[in-house]
Design a protein around this ligand. Structure first.
Ligand SMILES: [Zn+2]
Length: 247
């Protein structure tokens, strides 16, 4: 009898451990592999620029993991452009898309994030953070984000207050997952997000809904269409609105 009870208890324990591990809050539901780039201005002002770039992504990942069970994983950190100074985020984004086309994307990363520290005002179009597009499930999630970083960032751990540059990165990544601007002045998705840390309910639902969607990537057949400016059936690249946001 005791033996039978022990067996039942063992089975129940095993089931509990298995189910608990499945619903553990620390288990991310979505992993996003990020290729990080740092431009010349970002590298020149901080000899430990690679650590700074990793820390920025880590801080954003802490937020996404806590709020959406999405973990951002650093795939690589590289200098880019190697030497050239490009003081315009639209020009930087265009160059990024040209040199690392999503159609040629290998399977070892999902998303490219590039940091710049040229110091151009975020009130000017040339200084605004940018993404290539608002993501969605039918056409895929966004592939590129350019984020100017004003001050040298030091990762402070899970309990650190969010730096405004990290909030800018979180805001842009939300666009990658399909979140759009809102008039709600308390939302991090307001165009003037400042130090806001909460995303409004509607955009939270969008991110939750889209978080398992694939990242946009044309296959070889579509690449042929891409040469004529078309990436997918019924979708022209020129119709993919380049997004700009400002503080
Ligand atoms: Zn925005």
């Amino acid at each position: 009898m005791i033996t039978r009870r022990r067996i039942i208890c063992s089975i129940l324990s095993a089931l509990c451990i298995a189910s608990c591990s499945l619903i553990h809050p620390g288990t991310p539901e979505r992993l996003v592999r990020v290729k990080l780039f740092a431009d010349a201005s970002f590298r020149m002002r901080n000899p430990r620029w690679a650590d700074e770039a990793r820390g920025l992504l880590e801080a954003a990942s802490d937020y996404y993991e806590r709020e959406f069970n999405i973990r951002l994983i650093r795939q690589s950190v590289s200098p880019w452009p190697e030497q050239e100074r490009i003081r315009s985020t639209p020009a930087l984004l265009a160059r990024l898309q040209k040199e690392f086309p999503k159609q040629a994307k290998r399977d070892d990363y999902d998303l490219i994030v590039a940091f710049t520290a040229e110091g151009v005002s975020r009130y000017l179009p040339e200084g605004r953070p940018r993404v290539d597009r608002l993501g969605n499930c039918s056409q895929g999630l966004g592939n590129y984000a350019i984020v100017p970083i004003d001050k040298i960032f030091h990762y402070g751990g899970l309990t650190a207050d969010l730096d405004v540059d990290v909030i800018a990165l979180i805001h842009e990544l939300a666009h990658i997952f399909g979140a759009a601007h809102v008039d709600d002045i308390d939302s991090l998705m307001n165009e003037n997000f400042g130090y806001r840390t909460d995303i409004d309910a509607k955009n939270r639902a969008v991110i939750q809904q889209n978080k398992f969607c694939p990242f946009a990537k044309c296959n070889s057949q579509r690449q042929l269409r891409q040469a004529r400016g078309v990436c997918r059936e019924g979708e022209s690249d020129s119709s993919l609105k380049t997004h700009a946001s400002r503080l």
